[in-house]
Design a protein around this ligand. Structure first.
Ligand code: SF4
Length: 367
């Protein structure tokens, strides 16, 4: 049999002729075109065929990205498994006894990935269009909800547009505008003082360094990090009561002091993620890991949480504790049963604490 001369891969520019070239000069040429790297046909076909309807808006031109997209899709849509009681108790004992740094870093890394996949909608919930507006909104958010602040700020921002406007504000009028956010006298003092200081020291422009921000009236370290992270794009960890409670509950740190918590968490989380992780932790606390009754049986972090078992571990009981606009997706991710009662339905049956979960809360001094 006369072999076909193969052109393409073994010949051409590189001059490496195929071993048949010299002996069969007249045989027909079969050209083999090289495919671009990373576009193996069979793999693409298989992946595309296995995904009908799975990726909304999937287009053929996306085919090159499908293998990665498919893996991601599988990971973010597969319901998580709850840990066994023995595994949960073992992790709780390990953390309470002082977890090795490497083990903690790996566990935190897994929890960070879970948080990102569980709360892809995490963001700053205060409405603002300029750094100064965010500073004002953050001052107003003390001891009240972001929703309440967002109700007040449209009128406020329309009336006072810049630092100089706040510096020259009529106190009574300002107090009236912000009254519904609570502590309105103190907040009015802070807003007027902030306006005056920004005009005097920074020519009316809000500074963008931590040291300069914390030197301004009404702005503490937490507010400064909110402004840096969300208005200036400079990574910052926002440690409030809820953030501190959660990271202690998860065994990320045992520190009580917010600044020490910030440094401890900063050492575990890549700097570029500081801002978004702050939002994700807060979202998880609001929706799943509540202070009194966390929904452990419907939690995507359960496998790596040393406090698993602090709340109900039965998926049906835990599911009623999950709150928020993404509740259904959270329950699906956590593998909760389909027929769960609506959020807020009383959970009657007492849950059995997983051995060791209380030790972690005690060791980390979680309130
Ligand atoms: S809900 Fe339970 S398992 Fe989930 S993070 Fe909170 S304490 Fe841990």
């Amino acid at each position: 049999m006369v072999p076909h001369r193969v052109a393409g891969r073994g010949t051409g520019a590189r001059g490496a002729a195929c071993r048949y070239a010299s002996v069969t000069p007249a045989v027909p040429t079969l050209r083999i075109r090289r495919r671009p790297r990373g576009t193996r046909r069979c793999a693409r076909r298989r992946t595309a065929a296995s995904l009908p309807g799975s990726l909304p808006g999937w287009k053929r031109r996306d085919a090159g990205r499908l293998p990665v997209a498919a893996r991601t899709l599988a990971r973010v849509t597969t319901p998580r498994r709850l840990p066994s009681r023995a595994a949960a108790a073992k992790l709780a004992r390990r953390v309470a006894a002082g977890e090795p740094a490497l083990g903690r870093a790996r566990r935190v890394g897994r929890m960070l990935r879970e948080l990102a996949e569980t709360h892809p909608d995490a963001h700053c919930e205060l409405d603002f269009t300029t750094p100064y507006e965010l500073a004002v909104a953050t001052i107003l958010s003390a001891q009240t909800t972001d929703v309440r602040v967002n109700e007040v700020t449209p009128k406020l921002f329309a009336r006072y547009r810049a630092a100089a406007d706040y510096a020259a504000a009529d106190r009574t009028e300002l107090e009236e505008l912000i009254r519904s956010t609570g502590f309105y006298r103190n907040k009015a003092t802070s807003l007027i003082g902030l306006g005056a200081a920004v005009v005097e020291k920074h020519a009316g422009l809000l500074p963008h360094t931590l040291d300069e921000l914390v030197a301004l009236p009404g702005i503490g370290r937490k507010t400064a990090n909110v402004i840096l992270g969300n208005a200036f794009g400079i990574p910052g960890i926002t440690v409030d009561t809820h953030f501190g409670r959660l990271v202690r509950r998860w065994g990320w740190t045992a520190e009580e002091d917010p600044v020490k918590v910030e440094h401890a968490v900063g050492a575990l989380v890549p700097k570029r993620d500081w801002t978004i992780v702050s939002h994700e932790v807060i979202f998880h606390g609001r929706r799943v890991c509540h202070s009194r009754k966390p929904a452990c049986g419907a939690c995507t972090l359960a496998a790596d949480c040393p406090s698993y078992g602090t709340g109900p571990t039965d998926p049906a009981q835990a599911a009623v504790l999950v709150k928020g606009p993404s509740r259904e997706r959270l329950l699906r991710l956590a593998g909760a049963p389909d027929d769960v009662p609506p959020s807020g339905t009383p959970v009657d049956a007492p849950h059995a604490l997983v051995a060791g979960a209380d030790q972690v809360e005690a060791a980390m001094d979680v309130p």
